[in-house]
Design a protein around this ligand. Structure first.
Ligand code: GLA
Length: 811
């Protein structure tokens, strides 16, 4: 809800269910930020406004009429350079006379309701009863500039989004060097900025950086939102954990270069700005032209990081993801990449799909290698025609064979790219981002198509239309495997080259919009060398994203934990792959690989044809389990109960920094009648039998049964310990050991408890004894390095005991 109190100048009160955001216009016409935080009752700005009776020493007054107003130490909603504020500006530009002072003052406001679904540029959307809109018009009369600042208030999700539009009403051209989506000043205090940085196969490493004097910046400069720094950032105030404390969450609805900065001024105030990275950005506005920024999402929670994430999850599921896949269950897929990389052909794929069907897979995805002469990554991107040697019946032939098996069919594409070794490059060498006449640096042997050009956009739309119309394709994995270098478009003049990256995304979003609208039933999955473009811009068109090329469950557990701060499980695509893992060579149990992947959109990426019967049987049971709880896994409330980083315990004799590190997640159905809890440890603590789990988010008054997914173990996992029970000597890993393994499984522990929700959450559930080298029977928890467990909690009121009743139509 938005309220306006007209004092001498207007006071704006933006309320969501649990938060309030207030600012007012000062006598000088500057929007002064008053408050953002837990909901408050206010009918005036009394007590909320800072007092500045005299301007601070050695500062500049805004104008002669207001000598006490110095912008340098005010809390503002917007600021620019040149009138006394020397902190991070929201706007930097060069006026037509060469000056770079901008002096925007309040002009008027407008209220409205509802926000349309995004078309050629991503953004949030909501019906009239879901979103209130405030537009503040600011004008720079000296330079004939107008800045419209938009606030979209989503009360139910406790989210407010901000963006702005700058229009040049002057006669001359204006060059924008920076136009951020938002700026906000916090009162003096103790703040921590939480960022997510990383690299390929190790995306989303969370850092907690105390905000001290000076600037803390996180940004991407790869031309993508990037695995190097996700646009999701959080700011906590004072002490905060998952359940308590003040936490602000921010995210940019954009896939290009972004910039987020916390600056503590010499007066101790903290300014936050976020938007397009000004580095590499320069935009020319001719007379009456305007530039619109992407939207920044903001939320606040007084109940720690947990509630902040829940606000973000609700917002993404309801106001970002759209189309037929909104709130719809996602299929379980098998992807061919790690099964055979480029070495694919029809019979291999059909055989793989046949086994996939048997174990319960619903969608078969052919990854890279199916087109042109693509036998490795040196050629053929751009030549989107099936390789007839590999697929004699083309896409159509393979598709009909897969469909006949009872599976849906999907394919991998990378339409934004081209190899020099391709027909496309030979016919259109000018279609790439490159500086004519100068050497070009490549990534993965490929070049980026110049999507600023409408001809290139049309080519991609036509190509995808042809492919998607050629047979019954249900799913597309849309990849983008390199970052930008040598940025230049031969379609743009020399003085507009600073516009290339942003124009590239305008072109890409147009393409994505057209294709997703033309093929609304197709499930699109974003991918960029794993998580190099995991952002709300992509999610505005594609409902899920491949989170990382790393499928090692231990690394993935940390990556998924980090994504969960801002992105709901329904958007995070996760696969069970082989052991040893292809990215880390780490050996892990298939149960652990499943347990981690199950807390997102589950898929498999493994050569099923090489698998033993028992392994396939294991996968089949996993898939059955996931199908049973899919609604909760994809759309339940997700809780981070313990992370590796927080879990180093000194109550045990900890001997290395990783020993004892463990992680605990829980996901709870909307009606709280079902919950699944997962634990995973990195390294065993010797001689430690006891362990307690603390599932969260339950109904305190409900009685729940808690059971583990029942497991049994190979006697090979016990090595020579087998001799402590065997009547005859068995050589560990020898012939007889393997022979016995075919007939004997070691029983796993059974957990079975009935407890009230409040007891489970507060006292915790004490688990069966962990293996401690003093005996083993079916009451002992077999818990090695990288072991994990899923516990299923069912309310006694749950009629049929599983999620099935919640399933939306999923074919
Ligand atoms: C990228 C993706 C992988 C796979 C390969 C194919 O690396 O992230 O999942 O699709 O491309 O070349």
């Amino acid at each position: 809800m938005i309220r306006i109190v007209n004092e001498d100048t207007p006071l704006f009160i933006l309320d969501t269910e649990d938060t309030s955001y207030l600012f007012k216009v000062t006598a000088t016409g500057h929007p002064e930020h008053l408050y953002y935080g837990a909901k408050i009752t206010a009918d005036s700005s009394d007590g909320l406004t800072e007092c500045h009776e005299f301007a601070e020493g050695n500062t500049n007054a805004v104008d002669d009429e207001h000598k006490n107003f110095t912008l340098e130490n005010m809390r503002l909603e917007i600021s620019s350079y040149g009138k006394g504020d020397i902190r991070e500006p929201m706007i930097e530009l060069t006026n037509s006379d060469g000056s770079f002072t901008v002096d925007l003052r309040y002009d008027s406001y407008e209220l409205s309701k509802g926000k349309k679904e995004p078309e050629d540029f991503p953004g949030s959307y909501g019906a009239e009863d879901e979103v209130d809109v405030l537009k503040i018009v600011m004008k720079d009369k000296e330079n004939n500039l107008q800045l419209d600042m938009f606030y979209y208030v989503y009360p139910k999700c406790n989210v407010i989004t901000r963006k702005c539009v700058l229009t040049n009403h002057g006669d001359g051209r204006v060059i924008i060097d920076r136009l951020m989506s938002m700026l906000m000043d916090f009162d003096n205090g103790s703040y921590t900025m939480h960022t997510f940085t990383g690299a390929w196969t190790r995306e989303m490493h969370k850092s907690d950086i105390p905000v001290k004097a000076g600037k803390t910046v996180v940004s991407s400069y790869t031309g993508t939102s990037s695995s190097r720094a996700n646009p999701l950032v959080m700011i906590s105030e004072g002490i905060a954990n998952e359940e308590y404390g003040k936490v602000y969450g921010f995210n940019l609805i954009y896939s290009g270069n972004h910039y987020e900065c916390c600056e503590m001024s010499p007066y101790g105030k903290v300014r936050f700005v976020a938007g397009i990275n000004p580095s590499g950005f320069r935009w020319t506005l001719e007379k009456e032209e305007c530039f619109e920024t992407p939207e920044e999402v903001m939320t606040f929670s007084r109940e720690g990081f947990g509630k902040m994430s829940h606000n973000m999850h609700d917002f993404v599921n309801t106001h970002i993801v759209r189309g037929e896949w909104k709130e719809r269950l996602r299929p379980i897929l098998l992807n061919s990449w790690e099964a055979s990389y480029f070495d694919i052909n029809e019979s291999k794929l059909v055989n793989l799909a046949r086994i996939a069907k048997k174990i319960g897979i619903e969608l078969f995805v052919m990854d890279d290698g199916w087109f042109g002469t693509r036998d490795d990554d040196t050629s053929s991107l751009g030549d989107w025609y099936a390789n007839k040697k590999k697929l004699p019946g083309g896409l159509k032939g393979l598709c009909s064979k897969i469909k006949k098996l009872g599976l849906d069919f999907g394919i991998w594409v990378e339409p934004e790219m081209v190899n020099e070794k391709s027909e496309l490059y030979r016919s259109h060498p000018d279609w790439v981002i490159a500086i004519p006449g100068k050497p070009h640096s490549k990534g993965r042997n490929q070049m980026i198509l110049d999507l600023t050009r409408s001809g290139v956009q049309e080519y991609i739309i036509d190509t995808m239309t042809r492919i998607l119309s050629s047979c019954d394709i249900s799913y597309i994995k849309w990849d983008m495997n390199r970052t930008f270098t040598d940025i230049f478009s031969s379609a743009l003049p020399a003085d507009r080259q600073g516009e290339v990256i942003h124009r590239y995304y305008m072109g890409l979003y147009h393409v994505m919009n057209v294709i997703t609208k033309k093929f609304p039933k197709v499930l699109f999955e974003g991918c960029a060398a794993g998580g190099n473009r995991f952002d709300l811009g992509i999610l505005s068109y594609f409902p899920q994203i491949w989170a990382s090329d790393d499928t090692d469950p231990v690394v993935r557990a940390e990556i998924q934990t980090s994504y969960s701060y801002g992105y709901p499980p329904s958007t995070i695509s996760c696969h069970v792959s082989d052991s040893p893992n292809h990215q880390t060579l780490r050996r892990t149990h298939s149960t652990t690989r499943f347990n981690v992947a199950a807390f997102g959109v589950l898929g498999y990426e493994s050569n099923l044809m090489d698998m033993r019967k028992e392994q396939l049987e294991g996968y089949k049971k996993q898939i059955e389990c996931y199908k049973e709880w899919r609604q909760t896994m994809q759309y339940g409330r997700f809780y981070r109960i313990m992370s590796f980083a927080d879990s180093l315990s000194d109550t045990h004799s900890v001997i290395t920094p990783t020993t004892g590190k463990h992680l605990e997640w829980c996901v709870v159905s909307e009606d709280k009648k079902t919950a699944l809890s997962m634990i995973l440890q990195i390294m065993v603590i010797p001689n430690s039998q006891t362990a307690v789990i603390h599932p969260a988010g339950l109904d305190p008054d409900m009685r729940y049964s808690l059971n583990n997914r029942e497991l049994s173990y190979s006697i090979l996992d016990f090595g020579s310990l087998v001799n402590t029970a065997a009547p005859v000597h068995i050589r560990a890993d020898g012939h007889n050991h393997h022979l016995l393994d075919k007939f004997i499984r070691m029983p796993g522990e059974k957990e079975s408890h009935i407890m009230y929700g409040d007891a489970i959450m507060n006292a915790g559930v004490h688990l069966k004894s962990g293996f401690a080298a003093v005996g083993y029977d079916d009451q002992v928890r077999f818990y090695q390095d990288y072991s994990s467990r899923i516990y299923i909690l069912r309310s006694e009121e749950n009629d049929n005991g599983n999620d099935q009743q919640d399933h939306k139509d999923n074919g």
